[in-house]
Design a protein around this ligand. Structure first.
Ligand code: 2AM
Ligand code: CA
Ligand code: CA
Ligand code: CA
Length: 259
């Protein structure tokens, strides 16, 4: 895609995000309709659904030929990475949204023939929008993101998934012990923003395409590594344990995982 076309798309997507943030904020103090999905910890609210419908509507109008992969199912069934695919997580961190009305994100990604083009991760309450892609670079609220320091695991805080720590999956306890401390934020989007901003040295969680699709584009552009927990290439249509970290910490963590 040409740079001017990318900038045009970028401006359009930011417009959708600002509108969708305003829609969410307008309803944030209303009584939510909360449903469970696979377990009592896996929630969806009327706001998740409304926001996905809103974003799907905008994308359909703007890019009618593209496919849309959305967590709550208002998009398409997507089986191949051919062509343009928009990936949406309308509210990432739904449990935080329900219990805290804070620490949640809205995420949008655009892929073309399997290659990441543009990614957006917005911390709605913390007011950070991380945006960009390989041809534009990465921006934090419109300002170029400062280079991310290549910190080792020993020198940084690591973001982890609660369930993975509780079950000590992949030697998660050793990973936490080698770091300066672990943080469990409960939103992939918030963790990804924190790694991009240098507040965490990495993040490990079992993730689905809408949890990592946008962040992966931003993180790879920023020189971070995002792979499966055993260091293999991520397939954007598959769910897997994901390891995101600085290059140094990524190597440190792979060593512990394979012990
Ligand atoms: P979600 O809120 O959009 O579902 C911590 O829960 C992180 O893992 C969140 O980013 C959450 O995204 C994601 N996640 C993925 N699958 C989940 C599940 N089955 N239950 C709870 N969270 C899940
Ligand atoms: Ca969910
Ligand atoms: Ca999510
Ligand atoms: Ca979600």
């Amino acid at each position: 895609m040409e740079i001017n076309e990318l900038k045009e798309i970028d401006k359009t997507v930011k417009g959708w995000l600002h509108e969708s943030r305003d829609n969410v904020l307008r309803k944030i103090d209303t009584r939510l309709k909360v449903d469970t999905k696979t377990s009592r910890r896996d929630l969806v609210t009327n706001i998740d659904k409304q926001n996905e419908k809103f974003l799907v509507g905008k994308i359909r109008e703007f890019d009618p030929d593209a496919k849309i992969l959305g967590e709550e199912g208002f998009g398409d069934q997507v089986h191949s990475t051919d062509g343009r695919i928009w990936i949406i997580d309308p509210i990432d961190g739904t449990m935080n949204f329900v219990k805290q009305r804070n620490h949640f994100a809205i995420m949008i990604a655009l892929y073309e023939d399997g290659k990441g083009v543009l990614g957006y991760v917005m911390d709605v309450i913390g007011k950070h929008l991380l945006s960009g892609g390989p041809d534009l670079g990465v921006f934090d609220n419109g300002h170029p993101l400062p280079p991310v320091k290549d910190t080792s695991l020993r020198e940084g805080l690591i973001g982890l998934s609660g369930p993975m720590v509780l079950h000590n999956d992949y030697n998660m306890v050793d990973i936490a012990q080698q770091s300066l401390g672990m943080r469990i934020y409960g939103s992939a989007g918030i963790d990804i923003i924190s790694v991009l901003r240098g507040e965490l040295v990495g993040y490990i969680s079992y993730l689905k395409p809408w949890d990592f699709g946008a962040g992966r584009i931003l993180c790879e552009t920023a020189g971070l590594k995002m792979t499966t927990i055993d260091g293999r290439r991520l397939d954007v249509l598959s769910s897997t344990p994901v390891l995101l970290a600085t290059r140094n910490a990524h190597q440190d963590i792979l060593t512990i995982v394979s012990k």
